[in-house]
Design a protein around this ligand. Structure first.
Ligand code: ZN
Length: 94
């Protein structure tokens, strides 16, 4: 079992492997049903292959951002890393 690495020093998509099916570059996209409730905005996103469009299981996720009363932004939930790990997971290293 290979440890899936996530390098914080790189931009998000640079941590994503190429598509296991076509070798295309992975992309992250927002889903257009983001909602704001009680100062918190939920952004839904998905990682997919920019070439063949495949979306493997576990590569969708959410980000919750809270706009506080003092005007600061707090990221409450961020599932990008989990989604990236699921994208980078390959049959030969499960
Ligand atoms: Zn592909």
């Amino acid at each position: 079992m290979k440890e899936v690495k996530f390098d914080e020093g790189k931009s998000f998509v640079d941590n994503l492997d190429t598509c296991p099916f076509c070798g295309g570059k992975a992309v992250i996209l927002p889903c257009y049903d983001s909602t704001t409730v009680n100062r918190e905005t939920m952004i839904k996103f998905k990682i997919k292959c920019g070439k063949c469009g495949i979306e493997p299981p576990g590569t969708h996720g959410i980000i919750f951002i809270r706009l506080t009363e003092s005007g600061d932004l707090i990221i409450k939930t961020d599932e990008r890393k989990t989604a990236a790990k699921n994208w980078n997971k390959r049959a030969d290293n499960v």
